[in-house]
Design a protein around this ligand. Sequence first.
Ligand code: SAH
Length: 248
Amino acid sequence: MLNQIKIVLCFTSHPGNIGAAARAMKTMGLSQLVLVSPKDFPSEEAMVRSSGALDILDNAKVVKTVEEAVEDCRLVIGTSSRNRTLPWPLIEPREMAQIIHEKPQSRPVAILFGRESVGLLNEELQLCNYHVNIPANPEYMSLNLASAVQIISYELRLKELMADSTQQQEIELKESELNATSEQVDGLYKHLEETMISTEFYDPDNPKLLSSRVRRLFAKSQLNQGEVNILRGFLSSIDKYIKRKTNV
Ligand code: SAH
């Protein structure tokens, strides 16, 4: 399970935090680090703070956007120190580890960590199936980035160790049983939006909350690939119908 989990650090400012996060990951047996547009990387400070977890830094994948970081993932989890105005399924780290453990169809999984200054933006949080909050002191909720990575990684490790001791087997899954990837769900979402615009159900100049609500609906439903295909087929039939009618 641990090798199917990506730790994604988004727009990190301090290279020392990247190094410390790599160290936190390695101590817990995680190895896949993805960096979204880090301010300063590769960096000497990151290497020093990684305290020997250099393999994690060397193998880190650097990408430009969060979408790119998660495109092949079947479950996306966003960590957040605050409960924002955005209502979204919210879980604690232990529950997160349980979900990842019991749903092999949702792997690979991406766990997103935000900027030191402002965390993850609402657009980034909307790419997630769940939000995870470490239940810290309500008067002082914000952990250092690498400390948050440590706690999340520790919960994943605990779950992995418990699973080992009960000799759980990894189940072989058919392609059709896998959750759709983030890229496939995003494709469906964009298609639905275009069709909603053509039927005049949705006015992009006056979006209100519709866009966010529709994203949340897909985030919660965790569709598999076959289900995405059915919905896209239906949308294509509406598109063709509209085209036929407007050509008459
Ligand atoms: N000032 C920022 C906090 C950023 S801390 C804010 O208000 O959002 C940097 C990152 O560490 C966060 O984006 C999140 O990924 C993680 N983090 C810090 N504290 C956390 C907590 N209590 N629960 C979950 N993630 C946390």
